[in-house]
Write a protein that binds this ligand. Sequence first.
Ligand code: 2AM
Length: 189
Amino acid sequence: MATLRAFVAVEPPATLVPVYQAARRFLADLDARLRWVRPEGVHLTLKFLGNVKIASVPVILRAMRAVAGRTPPMALRTSGVGAPNPDRARVVWLEVGGETAILSKLQADVEDAMFRIGFNKEERRFHPHLTLARARSRAVRLPSELTGTVPSAHFSVDRISLYSSELRPGGAVYNVLGHAPLSRSSGRG
Ligand code: 2AM
């Protein structure tokens, strides 16, 4: 049966481009050792699904819409360049701040909804981030003065998206398969 590699994520904000460019300038010395995500491909992953049957896409979207329909929109911002392990970084990301309590609840609800339709639970703790680049081969050491070196991008999130990911030699190519709108009438007050 035909499958595709899929994940659930928040789309990149348009306000990200100058921040992305500033991060890239800031890490210019490491450029040869990093493979940068295309700016339009940057996303905030909520749930990596792996290979899914194409026939399951409507089921996944229905489950996403049920969760999104009881989640309010939220205001987020990027808050500096970072990495899980800055001394031996395999990925470089932008930290995400703002209304992350709503985001974390959304991520946990997506995780539960996907588990109920047959996907495995993610073992790793959720850490809100936007991956900008990955090390080409060996891990890189990031400069120590990371925070405050790039401006913040402020953005509001009013939907989540189901993406497909096609692995190509030049890097993954992402396509949006469908959206699930967050509900203004849910949550807050
Ligand atoms: P990240 O960059 O936010 O960490 C699409 O492939 C996205 O799913 C990636 O950008 C990555 O998110 C996440 N991802 C990829 N492979 C994964 C895996 N094996 N397990 C968990 N998440 C993965």
